[in-house]
Write a protein that binds this ligand. Structure first.
Ligand code: FAD
Length: 418
């Protein structure tokens, strides 16, 4: 059986940050990930609404780490962890494999949560993976191509008024005002709390609501979804029920741990929170093990948000402990550099440290700068800038052109068969 100094599970923000930092000390590392790509999840909504092409937010993780000689990448799905023997079991296309480790860093993210209604997963679209975004994009293209009389095709319900819900609702509405201009789109944004972007609150939440309503979106706050069935979404506000007839329901209202969190919890005797996330120790170790770390979205620590900066800072912190640059057992503290969300074209809200709050175009420029900085790879940055220019200065949607290109071979085959 092969063994290595460090195994990292996951090629997301946490896994990539840890791998890069470990490579500085040339520590032999194997990164195992269920997907080939490093996915920039914050821009999934732009792939779904045709602003960006898929590749622009999902470079191949092996390419990203190609120059880090001490790091190798395996595409595999980790199914078991034996913490006593320090062995990981994972599944690849070739079969089941095992690998031994000196230290383990788990950064496996989270899945979508449905508040106990798992059956809603098949009746809604989610935005967690690249496949989710590509599937939703093809569906949106179908809906916008449907005859105007088919009103349910042009009605969209977005559930969850956090950043993802706000961003996708804003972009769907913008599709009908700037791209498919002959098709009306009715967009509802449903949020259980009293405000959109509840974690921002105050002026930023009020600006978001005002801007979306001005754009024609119906915002339903203090409203919960009680049923989703065959194109009918029932929402309840106070004692009143209302049925929305929509072919598209986008779910962005909750998370739950992936099965790997339960595997690790059992292997290390670690508690989990209500969403199944690992309640890790202050030094990011898991349960009773000093050689097993968990980071990012799959963990629960001091109420830190499920956001990419937390995962990246934790990834670097753990790598520094492993490469001896930081004392084992030292406490992790998150340095909050703020949060931001795009409301619609040229409008964003930014909640920065020292009470700095930006809205509108200034906020959007800040958003643009930060996302360009964090997008991985020069080619992706250049391509994204070109796509943003086409979509936001012009009215094009390069991502929809990609769907047409992908459909073209199948259509051509059908035509030649006919
Ligand atoms: C739509 C959306 C919008 C977002 N917007 C923002 C934003 O604006 N700002 C912000 O800061 N954050 C945002 N986030 C959150 C941010 O993306 C996450 O906090 C971040 O991705 C967490 O990083 P991670 O490394 O913990 O997990 P992830 O990035 O989710 O990576 C998890 C990795 O684990 C792999 N994996 C899972 N299970 C296994 C297994 N069993 N075996 C092998 N590999 C496995 C996956 O393939 C993936 O590579 C957004 C998230 C979403 C979904």
């Amino acid at each position: 059986m092969r063994s290595t100094d460090v195994v990292i599970i996951g090629s997301g923000f946490g896994g990539l940050a840890a791998a890069k930092r470990l490579a500085k000390s040339k520590i032999e590392t194997v990164l195992i990930s269920a997907t080939d790509e490093h996915l920039f999840q914050p821009l999934l909504y732009q792939v779904a609404t045709g602003v960006l092409e898929s590749e622009e937010i999902a470079p191949n993780i092996a390419d990203v780490l190609a120059f880090k000689e001490s790091v190798s990448v395996i595409r595999g799905h980790v199914t078991d962890v034996d913490a006593e023997r320090k062995v990981i079991t994972y599944r690849t296309d070739a079969g089941v494999e095992r690998i031994g480790y000196g230290s383990l860093i788990a950064a496996a993210g989270v899945a979508q949560g449905y508040f106990g209604h798992d059956e809603w997963a098949d009746r809604t679209f989610s935005l967690k993976t690249l496949d989710d975004a590509v599937t939703l994009r093809a569906h949106l293209l179908d809906c916008f191509s449907a005859p105007v009389e088919e009103s349910d095709a042009h009605t969209y319900v977005v559930v969850g008024g956090g950043a993802t819900g706000v961003e996708i609702a804003g972009q769907i509405r913008e599709l009908s005002t700037r791209h498919f201009t002959d098709v009306p789109a009715k967009v509802y944004l449903v949020e259980g709390a009293g405000d959109l972007l509840p974690v921002y609150g105050g002026r930023l939440s009020a600006f978001t609501r005002r801007t979306l309503e001005k754009a024609g979106i119906e915002v339903l706050t203090d409203t919960v979804v009680t049923a989703i069935d065959d194109g009918r979404v029932t929402v309840r506000s106070g004692d009143a029920d209302r049925v929305l007839q929509a072919r598209t329901v986008v779910w962005s209202a909750g998370v739950q741990a992936t099965p790997l969190a339960a595997v690790l919890a059992e292997a290390t005797d670690c508690d989990t929170d209500r969403a199944g996330r690992l309640k890790i120790n202050d030094d990011l170790t898991v349960g009773d093990r000093a050689d097993v770390f968990a980071i990012g979205d799959m963990t629960s620590l001091k109420g830190y948000p499920g956001q990419s900066p937390v995962a990246m800072q934790q990834g670097r912190f753990v790598a520094d402990v492993i490469r001896g640059k930081r004392a084992a057992g030292s406490e992790f503290t998150y340095l909050d550099k703020g949060s931001m969300a795009v409301v619609n074209r040229h409008n964003a809200v930014v909640d920065a440290p020292f009470g700095i709050k930006l809205t509108g175009f200034v906020g959007w420029l800040a958003w643009l700068g930060v996302h360009l900085y964090y997008l991985v790879g020069f080619r992706n940055r250049a391509a994204a800038v070109a796509s943003w220019f086409k979509a936001f200065a012009g009215r094009a949607r390069p991502g929809f052109a990609q769907v047409s290109r992908e459909q073209a071979p199948a259509e051509a085959a059908e035509q030649s068969a006919a």
